[in-house]
Design a protein around this ligand. Sequence first.
Ligand SMILES: Cc1cc2nc3c(=O)[nH]c(=O)nc-3n(C[C@H](O)[C@H](O)[C@H](O)COP(=O)(O)OP(=O)(O)OC[C@H]3O[C@@H](n4cnc5c(N)ncnc54)[C@H](O)[C@@H]3O)c2cc1C
Ligand code: SF4
Length: 550
Amino acid sequence: MALPRVNAIVVGAGAAGGVVAKELATAGLSVVLLERGRWQSFQDHDHDELTSQRTSVLGSAFGPDDRRWRRVVRQGERWVQVLPSESAYQNNAACVGGGTFSYGAMAWRFMPQDFRLRTLYGDIPGSTLADWPISYDDLEPYYEKVEWEIGVSGSDEGNPFAPPRKRERPMPPKPYTAEGRLLYAAGLRLGLHPFPIPMLRNTVPYAGRQACVSCRYCVGFACEVGAKCGTHNTVIPVALASGNCELRTGCVAARVVTDQRGRATGVEYFDPEDRSQFQAADLVVLSASATETPRLMLNSKCKLFPAGLGNRNDWVGRNLQGHAYCGAYGLFERELYDDVGPGACISSMDFNHGNPGHIGGGILVNEFIRLPYLFTGIRPPGAARWGLEHKQFQRDWYKRSMGVKSAVQELPTFESRVEVDPEVKDYWGLPVARISGARHPRDRETGDFMTRQAERWLLEAGAIRTWRSLPGLGVSGGQHQAGTCRMGADPATSVVNQYGQVHDIDNLFVVDGSTQVNNGGFNPVLTIMAVAYRSAEYIARQWNGTRFRS
Ligand SMILES: Cc1cc2nc3c(=O)[nH]c(=O)nc-3n(C[C@H](O)[C@H](O)[C@H](O)COP(=O)(O)OP(=O)(O)OC[C@H]3O[C@@H](n4cnc5c(N)ncnc54)[C@H](O)[C@@H]3O)c2cc1C
Ligand code: SF4
């Protein structure tokens, strides 16, 4: 059924889609925001660790559901079907707010170097490493916008590596936990420059929402007091209040429809009753995440674009990346765990760049609060994984252990990719995403280097036993998935331009983690949102009532 035409459809009400919907709606465009998930609330899942978005052994709290969604993943020589609650699915949340509903809320600006890695590190065999078409300076005003509109707490005091900024963040950081205080002193002794992790989290009442009450259920959970700042409790309500934005939840976009001139005319989707609908629009913005956006573009193939939209040169879905997560754990003689949420509080940027023999590096941070089930997976090599010994370890060390992690920057590769499966279909009969590839071997070397730095920090803090956890070799992505519709100036080696506009379709935009040229050595969401503000500003500026009309 065809619905009355609007100016813009935004697919996906997550980190980027929420920002774009708000910016376009408040600029006067009529917007339909399509989201496959629904509005969730804290009461829907409470503090159930086993369905949290981090330990989804009994299902993913905030979706998607195992009944209707699946993907195909390359494992060794085989293609294997996986469900959203399995880690190989590379799941993020599927609800209003997307990943920002349940995330850990670390709020990093990338460093100026992260935008010109190719210039810094040169041609790396086996990698498609490239410079971004924009610089840190281009993005700086938009980082500031995220920090003030969505809300970020933090301070750069004591951090000589902090990227330049024109304005302080609106809120101060939280005080260090007992772990943080121990690591701070140890970091200074080692000559490091420890500082508080910036967070999309109210530390004081801000924007009509209350301050964090330091509960123990943060990353992977909804915030029971609304102190975690996501798009669901900041920009999406503003978009709706403008009167120009209609949010349709439970609606699964199936494909972007194009006309014979190659312009997008709207989106076909399934409504909550599984009826097929067509929403016509002057322009379409895809913000469905770095796995689902390329899937939509590939599923939208037509006579004019037989390989899928934006895919003339086979770049859609390529360069899938996340982070080469790694780190070290330490056991301590005395109790040091004070159960004060969100737990993660201290970091060091001493090793993001300038590590001899390595390409890039990564941030070091202490771990989020460890909940009981999560802690059962934290064991030194050779320790029992079940039975009495396993239980005794849990009792003895739960409060006397600590982890330091690193999100190591990955080298993008052409082989790590999202395609659509030729056979497997989802509940609605749409070809599912199929994921394959491997990490670049240099990531493992950098990961090895970073685990040593983490271990050194723990030993200086007094650990009596430590062990290291290296990144795996398999395909990356996960909750930090990015890179699959790269932005660039050259249509032969990228999918969109610096504003997210698909090279050969003027009125089709990609605005989400897909466009990141690399993912930095930091959790990516602040950059995804900053790029979203910049792209939305461009769209609104170009908009003059007819500019994008077919
Ligand atoms: C538990 C957890 C912890 C995290 N911690 C951090 C952190 O501390 N710091 C940080 O920087 N990042 C963190 N992240 C990652 C961060 O949330 C993501 O990088 C970010 O949300 C990605 O933004 P996006 O706009 O690309 O996609 P998303 O936020 O995933 O939004 C995509 C939206 O599109 C919807 N969608 C997909 N397909 C369709 C379709 N066909 N039709 C309609 N709607 C569709 C999805 O349901 C979703 O709501 C975390 C994520 C999780 C889940
Ligand atoms: S630690 Fe703070 S921000 Fe996180 S869920 Fe608890 S109250 Fe909310």
